[in-house]
Write a protein that binds this ligand. Structure first.
Ligand SMILES: Nc1ncnc2c1ncn2[C@@H]1O[C@H](COP(=O)(O)OP(=O)(O)OP(=O)(O)O)[C@@H](O)[C@H]1O
Ligand SMILES: [Mg+2]
Length: 234
């Protein structure tokens, strides 16, 4: 596994929606806070949440105490472009998101950006994706959240290939939900992730988001040993 230092902007994508990106984002934030870094999170496009309801960044706030930031919010539980079309709303541009992340990076050591769904979901009216945002942010890299179960190897390799094709720095894999009693498929999947050049940064235990927040915060670094190795001091 590469042990190079983490860039100041880490984009969190997943092999799919509901793989645990928000839980991993919170665990990365908690791990960085425990290392003494100034850290925040940013969700460019939050869908499926009504005004006033808690979105993914509220969950990151709850689990970590960090003040996370939401970009645009759309009510429909679907990808941002169709959700925006349903509301006849415009989406922020890629330049808007680059500007927001850059502004957050001024006063934080680490900005963790959570995508919507998987890597190639369109985030803007021009059809740009989290991959385009990563390409537009000079000192950044992408962390891939994967499932533990059957099918994850194909989905993870597809995501890695898309990143590699675009020349985007890959920071490592995190398993979003790791059971207490993994079956042989899960164990061998994990072994496969360990052999990848960018490596496995860690795995979030199943049930972690329902732990008391103090336990979540103190436990997160032990879930992500590969990340801890790459965190410098502020
Ligand atoms: N380690 C875990 N153990 C148990 N449940 C989990 C774990 N990680 C996530 N979950 C649950 O699974 C669901 C999906 O997780 P999460 O919201 O983190 O996924 P996501 O990839 O961020 O989805 P989205 O694409 O909507 O942003 C949530 O209800 C969350 O609480
Ligand atoms: Mg999420």
């Amino acid at each position: 596994m590469s042990e190079s230092r983490l860039p100041p902007v880490v984009l969190v994508t997943g092999t799919d929606t509901d793989v645990g990106k928000t839980a991993v984002t919170a665990a990365v934030v908690a791990t960085a806070l425990a290392a003494g870094l100034r850290v925040t999170a940013y969700k460019p496009t939050q869908t499926g949440v009504a005004p006033g309801e808690p979105g993914d960044m509220a969950e990151v706030d709850r689990l970590t105490g960090a003040a996370a930031v939401e970009g645009v919010r759309l009510r429909a539980p679907m990808a941002p472009r169709p959700a925006a079309r349903l509301e006849s709303a415009g989406l922020p541009t890629l330049e808007d998101h680059v500007g927001r992340v850059a502004a957050l990076a001024v006063c934080h050591d680490l900005v963790v950006v959570e995508g919507a769904g998987g890597l190639l979901v369109e985030l803007t009216d021009a059809g740009e994706t989290l991959a385009d945002l990563a390409s537009a942010l000079p000192d950044s890299g992408v962390l891939v959240v994967a499932r533990s179960t059957l099918g994850t190897l194909n989905h993870t390799m597809l995501t890695r290939e898309a990143l590699s094709h675009r020349g985007i720095r890959q920071l490592g894999i995190v398993i979003g939900s790791w059971p207490d009693d993994p079956d042989v498929i899960e164990r061998t999947n994990r072994d496969e992730f360990e052999t990848l050049p960018e490596g496995l940064l860690g795995a979030i235990p199943r049930g972690a988001p329902t732990l008391p927040v103090s336990t979540f915060r103190t436990s997160a670094p032990a879930w992500l040993p590969g990340l801890v190795q790459r965190l410098g001091t502020p």
